[in-house]
Design a protein around this ligand. Structure first.
Ligand code: ZN
Length: 112
């Protein structure tokens, strides 16, 4: 019904708590853990990997890789953030629309 995407009015990258906090223009707050963001990297490579692992019933779990750490976060134009993860991907451009789409809270409420 509501096709208009929210826009962030405040973005806080909290390295201490390992999370990104967004205040949207509709007053709602969203919290994304760095682990989740790194997992949901929108770059073509990571998308492909996610797609492959969804198709493949065989799960090969690698050893503990440790917590994901943020190396840098930079604005890309006015519409996206580039996150660079240590031990992870550095080419993910997270547009605000994408962040809106993968909002963990939103995902939970859609399941109900
Ligand atoms: Zn990636």
């Amino acid at each position: 019904m509501n096709t208009e995407m929210r826009k962030p009015i405040d973005l806080t990258v909290d390295k201490k708590d390992g999370e990104l906090r967004i205040v949207w223009n509709n007053g709602v707050r969203s919290i994304y853990s760095f682990d989740y963001l790194a997992l949901m990297c929108p770059c073509a490579n990571c998308k492909e990997k996610r797609y492959e692992s969804e198709k493949n019933p065989l799960n090969v779990l690698s050893g503990p890789s440790g917590p994901v750490e943020l190396q840098s976060a930079d604005m890309v134009g006015r519409y996206a953030i580039n996150f660079s993860w240590s031990g992870g991907c550095a080419s993910g451009i997270y547009s605000f629309d994408y962040l809106d789409e993968i909002d963990p809270e939103k995902k939970n409420s859609e399941i109900e």
